[in-house]
Design a protein around this ligand. Sequence first.
Ligand code: GAR
Length: 193
Amino acid sequence: MKRIAVFASGSGSNFQAIVDHVKSGKLKANVMLLVCDKPGAKVVERAEKEQIPAFVFDPKQYESKEQFEEDILQQLRHYQVDFIVLAGYMRLIGHTLLHAFAGRIVNIHPSLLPAFPGKHAIEQALRAGVKITGVTIHYVDEGMDTGPIIAQRAVEISEDDDANTLAEKIHKIEHSFYPETIGKILEKLEVKA
Ligand code: GAR
């Protein structure tokens, strides 16, 4: 069974969806570790409830990204993690982790990339007046939501949608689309020697 770490900064509804898919046997993986850069985030509570170890850190306590990524890497090695899943981790991944986990980091983003990268993708789509937006799962590189696209799902924006209703529609899709796609990727992933 592949061993994954989930990185998250906020509520962690996607973290929960991944854990739930693992618990029901629909996703064949072990969630070894939560990595969170926001002490006090709701996702930390979720990990505790699920008895999943969490590495929670405050980037302000470090002098550089290299330094906190070295600490993360140590944790990932300790738990013998094979694969990293970003689920609302609102921070660019640096070269330390990109190098150690080349081709083994994925992200989910709430738009049809390359449209609306970065923060507030849902609000960006509403402001632009597009009628279709969606969800993108992609490999992570050094850019902001720029790595090779793995899979996408479209979501229609209706006249009466606001940021809340659209976020709800997008989350509903993410919560099955992400675990299913991770499962497909893991099936093909070779375990490192
Ligand atoms: C998700 O909608 C995810 O697509 C988005 O953050 C949300 C996290 O929600 N990610 C990004 O915007 C990445 N640029 P959650 O904490 O409830 O899983």
